[in-house]
Write a protein that binds this ligand. Structure first.
Ligand code: ADP
Ligand code: AMP
Length: 299
């Protein structure tokens, strides 16, 4: 007796599971039952062929689950099934290493919500919120904004429905060992960390040519990714912290923290050479993430 398909519904995030248990008011026995499931799941799954197994995020909406199951039953290849599990990704790298640029490609392919802490903070500054005003004094100097402010901001955002359902891409968070430690303590798990590696001289060249469009938010580079029209070129602005002096402070902060941060993510770090043209960076990043998406490798 062998099934044609095996569908496995699991929560990736302990906090989502806790939320569900609360909502349905299960009694304490469920924890006991869960411990049994956890103990046996790997050997149980290994009894089946990988090709018939589809893991589905239990935090997805009912419609989304039905769609995934239906697609699999009618034989659509797995690659066509978006959000089989909502992917959770962290992208790290030195300032101007190309995180935002690579994030656009990742977002496009996997449908995850791109959360750039730098962009969120700049929006807070534009809106003159209390957080924005506090953050600005640090950002203008190239310093890091205090951990508690950032953690509060990002933890609230990750609980929102779009992040739960589509998965997320954290760009600029965590940026310190204590932010990484917070993730671990709060049970916020990523499937992959993409680490963009880029030497200082490349970063300096990139930062000096970086310009952004205040109307669309698109980031250009005067040499490597020039704006398509004169109209756009004329309205481009340079970030106030994109000076060589502030870059040095930001680079020092990055290299002072990166190794201790990475220790919180054993086994899921994918190093990518980012000192090559954008199209090459994009294809290396997507190749690394495609392996993660193989549902049996996610676990
Ligand atoms: P980050 O988000 O890490 O700060 P960005 O994605 O904003 O970095 O990239 C910094 C600048 O370098 C931008 O102007 C961008 O257009 C440019 N850039 C990004 N990736 C590359 C690349 N692979 N080659 C050349 N320029 C790049
Ligand atoms: P970015 O756009 O990622 O280069 O971020 C711009 C600035 O925002 C940084 O130089 C910091 O001042 C601040 N910032 C962004 N993310 C964080 C974070 N996770 N922790 C502390 N400060 C941050």
């Amino acid at each position: 007796v062998f099934p044609d398909h095996l569908f496995v519904l699991e929560f990736r995030d302990q906090s989502e599971y806790d939320k569900r248990l609360k909502a349905v008011e299960y009694d304490g026995n469920i924890r006991h039952a869960y411990a049994h499931y956890e103990k046996n799941r790997d050997s149980l799954l290994s009894a089946f062929d990988n090709n018939i197994t589809t893991l589905i995020g239990a935090e997805l909406s009912q419609q989304e689950m039905v769609r995934i199951i239906r697609d699999r039953l009618i034989g659509k290849p797995r690659e066509d099934t978006k959000f089989v599990m909502p992917l959770k990704i962290i992208i790290m790298g030195p300032p101007a290493g190309g995180k935002g640029t690579a994030s656009e490609v990742i977002k496009e392919k996997y449908g995850v919500v791109h959360l750039s802490t730098g962009d969120i903070l700049r929006a807070e500054i534009r809106n003159k919120t209390e957080l924005g005003l506090t953050a600005q004094s640090y950002m203008d100097k190239g310093d890091l904004v205090p951990d508690d402010l950032i953690i509060n901001m990002i933890s609230r955002r990750l609980k929102e429905q779009d992040c739960v359902q589509q998965g997320w891409l954290l760009d600029g968070f965590p940026r310190t060992a204590s932010q990484a430690q917070y993730m671990q303590k709060a049970g916020i798990y990523a499937d992959a960390v993409v680490l963009l590696e880029c030497p200082n001289e490349t970063v300096i060249e990139r930062i000096s040519g970086r310009r952004s469009d205040p109307v669309t938010g698109t980031v250009y580079h005067i040499k490597y990714n020039p704006p398509p029209t004169d109209e756009i070129a004329n309205r481009l602005v340079q970030r106030s912290d994109d000076t060589e002096e502030k870059l040095m402070i930001r680079l020092n902060n990055y290299y002072a923290q990166v190794n201790s941060m990475l220790q919180y993510f054993p086994d899921i770090v994918h190093r990518v050479d980012a000192a090559v043209p954008m199209s090459q960076v994009a294809s290396s990043v997507l190749t690394a993430l495609d392996l993660v998406r193989n549902p049996l490798k996610i676990i």
